[in-house]
Ligand binder design. Structure first.
Ligand SMILES: Cc1cc2nc3c(=O)[nH]c(=O)nc-3n(C[C@H](O)[C@H](O)[C@H](O)COP(=O)(O)O)c2cc1C
Length: 392
C-alpha cells in the first residue's frame, strides 16, 4: 500500500527523534519515496547525515537555505502524505494555531495532503490544558493522530507520552491511504432546510451541517465519489462535489439526480413548509396571525422506494428515547439508522461532538460513546464499508 507513495517525514525536537531514523528506514524498505524535514531542535537530537544516509537525499532544514526557492510549497504539493514523528508540544501548538514560522509548519499550512501526527512528550506536557486544547483543534481540523503510548519515558518516568513504535506509525500511515470506498458513489445530505414564508423569513431548524460535512470529507478521503447536498456554508474537501440547496424540495431533486451506491441522510429536513409563500415581504402592519403548513417531500422514502435502491443510512435527531428511532428504522426500511438525542449536552445541533446509537435494519442497537463528529464520521464510514462488503 505504501510502495511508490510520496511521503514527507517531519522530525521535531524530542528525545524520540532517534526512533524516526528507524521509521525512515522502514519506510524506504516499504518502497516509499521519502523526503525528510528536520526542525532546528530536532538536529540537537539527531544528525541530518543519518537521514541523508538512509534516504539518499539531504533532509530539508530551512525555508531560506534550501536548494528550492519555495521549499514549503514544493514539498506541500509533492507530498501524498505527511508524518510528523515525533511531534513535540511546541510543533503541535504551532500547527493548531496556523503559525507558519519554519519550514515544517509553513509546509503543513500549504499542503492538502493528509497529515499524521505522532506526539511524544512528558506526561505533564501531554496533559497540560493547552496541549489538550491544541490536540482537540487538530483532530477537529482533520489531522490524524497515532499515540502517544503509555510506557517508559526519557529519564525513566512512566506515563502517557511515549511515541508510537515505527510499526504502529506505518500502520496508521497505511490507513491514511485507505481507499476502500473503491470509487463507489456516495451522496450525503447536510444542514437544516429553510422553508420560505416570504423573501426574508423562513421556517428552519438548528442543524449546523457539521455531521454531514464530516461524513462527506471522510467518504471522499476513503475513495468514494462523494456528493454533498447541503444547506450549510461550511467547507468541504476539494474532491467533494458540493450542491448547495435551501428547501426540502430542492434537496430532494438534488438527491434524486445522483446515482448513488450509498445514501446518507444527515440533514435535518423540515417536515412542514408554509402552504403559501408570499412574493413580497409581509409588513408588520399587514399582520400574519397564522401560517398554514403542508408536508414536505419525504426524501429518504423517495430514495428507499427506488428500483436498485442504494445502501441507505438515516439519521434520527430526537429529543426522547431510542424506542421511537428503532420503530423509525423499521418503518423507513433503512439499512442503518443513526440516532442521537439532540437534547443531550454534547449531542446538540451545532456541537462538535455527538453521542449516537447505531440501529441496524433488524432493530439491533449499538451505543457509541461521546466522540467528535469527525470520529463518528470515520466509524460510520467504516461500518458502511464492512456492512456492504463484509469480506473487505
Ligand atoms: C532533553 C530534552 C528533551 C526534550 N524532549 C521533548 C519531548 O519529548 N517532547 C516535547 O514536546 N518537547 C521536548 N523538548 C522540548 C523541545 O525540544 C522544545 O520545545 C523545542 O522548542 C521544540 O522545537 P520543535 O517543535 O520546533 O522541534 C525537549 C527538550 C530537551 C532539552
Amino acid at each position: 500500500m505504501l510502495n511508490g507513495r510520496r511521503v514527507l517525514l517531519a522530525v521535531t525536537g524530542g528525545v524520540a527523534a532517534y526512533k524516526s531514523a528507524f521509521l525512515a528506514r522502514r519506510l524506504v524498505e516499504a518502497g516509499v519515496d521519502l523526503e525528510v524535514i528536520l526542525t532546528d531542535s530536532a538536529t540537537e537530537f539527531i544528525g541530518t547525515q543519518t537521514f541523508a544516509a538512509i534516504t539518499g537525499r539531504q533532509p530539508h532544514r530551512s525555508l531560506f537555505e534550501d536548494e528550492s526557492v519555495s521549499p514549503h510549497t514544493e514539498l506541500a504539493r509533492w507530498s501524498d502524505a505527511v508524518v510528523v514523528a515525533p511531534a513535540t508540544a511546541a510543533t503541535i501548538a504551532r500547527i493548531a494555531n496556523g503559525v507558519s514560522s519554519d519550514l515544517l509548519t509553513a509546509t503543513l499550512l500549504a499542503t492538502e495532503a493528509p497529515v499524521l501526527l505522532a506526539p511524544a512528550m512528558h506526561t505533564e506536557m501531554w496533559e497540560h490544558v493547552a496541549t489538550r486544547r491544541n490536540i482537540e483543534t487538530l483532530v477537529e481540523d482533520g489531522y490524524r493522530l497515532v499515540g502517544p503510548e503509555t510506557g517508559e519515558l526519557a529519564g525513566g518516568d512512566i506515563g502517557v507520552g511515549r511515541v508510537s513504535e515505527p510499526e504502529q506509525i506505518i500502520e496508521a500511515l497505511e490507513a491514511l491511504f485507505d481507499q476502500s470506498g473503491g470509487g463507489r458513489r456516495l451522496v450525503v445530505t447536510a444542514g437544516g432546510t429553510r422553508e420560505p414564508i416570504d423573501p426574508v423569513r423562513f421556517l428552519g431548524n438548528r442543524s449546523s451541517g457539521k455531521m454531514g460535512h464530516a461524513i462527506a470529507d471522510e467518504a471522499a478521503r476513503r475513495g468514494f465519489h462523494t456528493t454533498l447536498v447541503t444547506t450549510s456554508d461550511l467547507p468541504a474537501l476539494p474532491s467533494v462535489k458540493v450542491v448547495r440547496v435551501e428547501t426540502a424540495a430542492e434537496m430532494q431533486s438534488a438527491v434524486l439526480e445522483e446515482e448513488a451506491d450509498v445514501a446518507v441522510f444527515a440533514a435535518a429536513v423540515a417536515d412542514f413548509r408554509p402552504a403559501e409563500v408570499f412574493g413580497e415581504k409581509v409588513a408588520r402592519a399587514d399582520g400574519m396571525s397564522s401560517i398554514t403548513l403542508q408536508s414536505t417531500p419525504d426524501i429518504l422514502a423517495s430514495v428507499v422506494g427506488r428500483q436498485n435502491r442504494p445502501f441507505v443510512v438515516g439519521f434520527a435527531a430526537e429529543t426522547g428515547g431510542v424506542e421511537r428511532a428503532i420503530e423509525k428504522a423499521r418503518a423507513k426500511k433503512v439499512d442503518l439508522l443513526v440516532y442521537n438525542n439532540v437534547s443531550e449536552p454534547g449531542s446538540s445541533f451545532g456541537s462538535d461532538t455527538n453521542e449516537v446509537v447505531i440501529i441496524d435494519s433488524g432493530g439491533q442497537t449499538d451505543p457509541w460513546p461521546l466522540m467528535s463528529k469527525r470520529e463518528v464520521a470515520r466509524k460510520l464510514v467504516d461500518l458502511i464499508l464492512t456492512t456492504i462488503d463484509p469480506q473487505g
